[in-house]
Design a protein around this ligand. Structure first.
Ligand SMILES: [Zn+2]
Length: 411
């Protein structure tokens, strides 16, 4: 890696760290939708964008949007971006890295001197922290911002509509946040937020799909009774049934490629050490990039729960709370990203994203793909979240190849 190339990677890293200081809480990174520090982030990035010759605006949903039109171009643009908000006590890279890197993509496009206009977007909201509903920014950009969302209330009784107004924007103009049709594609660069690339010793990956999710709750009902006087063969123990089912869920996911299944919460009644559990409700979070595999897994697990319940003389009830389909990334754009990874001299790794991203909201409207950067230690949504300079540089080498291919592709 030469001195010149590491300079741009260092610039990206330092930008992320500068923006990390723009927080609602001293000493911790917390930046929710349209809170005060978001003004500072906008001002900071606006300056960078204007220095690059970009035209900058903030739409009514609070998305920061910088446009570089290329030389005398009337061609369609590439949109690159990610989100500006964070979870409470966040790391310094989730979301913001993809915006700051977008500015480097503009520098690359400018250096190429090809007809390749670029819009960089900092989405105002992705994490769903302030209003409990995620993707407020990308929903507005794709024209999916339901007007009912304006009435949502935060912990201080402030509605989305009031928050937009307090930020100096006009809720009535949200419809104008919707992007026009002149878009070649959307790219989101993001940290992986998981341990896969780190474990494989790889730096970057092309994302093929964002997994679908089922979330639900399974309640076993037996008979609460005395732990001392009830012999083992006369029990209807909801805890033992749930435990048996939880290990079945784990083992099904272990033997099904790409499937993850998690029981992260149990509520037990009466929840006492000397009482046999009368009822246990266990959560299930099940994800896969192929909806049919996920559906089959959930069907199998609910069927197994019934078998376990019948054998143990219990009843069981399954309640589904979420059934969200997988979102495939655009085949052509993802292939272009994989080719760019190869052309840049890296091993091509394609993977699915187990977490949701703005790209899944953009994908139904425009061809979309993602580039993941290794998360050291697999840690994210935590102050220890990190990114390596060499991986930022790797992603920029990929970006260079990707932009070349995009500029050459016929439209
Ligand atoms: Zn994110």
């Amino acid at each position: 890696m030469g001195a010149a190339v590491s300079e741009r990677a260092r610039r990206v890293l330092e930008e992320c760290l500068s923006i990390a200081a723009m927080s609602e809480e001293p000493g911790r990174i917390t930046r929710r939708f349209l809170t005060e520090p978001m003004h500072r982030v906008h001002a900071h990035l606006r300056k960078q964008m204007e220095d690059l010759g970009m035209q900058v605006r903030v739409d009514a949903a609070g998305n920061l949007r910088g446009w570089w039109p290329a030389e005398a171009s009337n061609g369609d643009r590439l949109i690159i971006g990610s989100h500006l908000d964070t979870v409470p006590n966040a790391g310094a890279y989730d979301g913001i890295l993809g915006v700051v890197i977008g500015l480097e993509w503009v520098r690359l496009a400018q250096a190429m001197r090809r007809d390749c206009p670029v819009e960089v977007v900092g989405f105002s909201e992705e994490e769903g922290v302030r209003y409990g509903v995620p993707f407020l920014g990308s929903r507005a950009m794709t024209g999916c911002f339901d007007s009912g969302l304006l009435g949502l209330v935060d912990a201080n009784g402030i509605t989305v509509e009031e928050a937009i107004r307090q930020f100096g924007l006009r809720p009535s103009q949200i419809v104008q946040a919707e992007m026009d049709g002149g878009v070649r594609g959307f790219v989101e660069v993001h940290i992986e937020q998981g341990p896969v690339l780190d474990a494989e010793g790889l730096q970057v990956a092309a994302v093929e799909a964002i997994v679908g999710q089922t979330r639900g709750s399974l309640e076993f009902t037996g008979q609460a009774n005395h732990a001392g006087t009830t012999p083992m063969h006369l029990r209807r123990d909801a805890m033992a049934a749930a435990a048996e089912w939880i290990t079945e869920a784990e083992s099904l996911a272990q033997r099904t490629p790409g499937l993850v299944a998690t029981v992260g919460r149990v509520s037990v009644a009466p929840n006492a050490g000397n009482v046999i559990a009368g009822s246990v409700a266990a959560s299930l979070d099940c994800r896969h990039a192929d909806d049919s595999v996920r559906r089959a897994a959930v069907d199998q697990l609910t069927k197994r729960a019934e078998e376990i319940a019948i054998r143990r003389g219990l009843s069981v009830r399954w309640t589904e709370h979420m059934n969200q389909p997988a979102v495939p990334m655009d085949l052509r754009l993802t292939a272009m990203m994989a080719d760019a990874i190869r052309d840049a001299g890296f091993q091509v790794r394609r993977m699915t994203s187990g977490a949701g991203h703005d790209a899944m909201i953009m994908a139904p409207r425009v061809p979309a793909t993602m580039l993941f950067l290794r998360s050291p230690g697999g840690i994210s949504h935590h102050p220890d979240e990190a990114v390596l300079l060499e991986d930022i540089e790797a992603s920029l080498l990929v970006a260079e190849q990707f932009l070349k291919r995009l500029a050459s592709s016929v439209r």
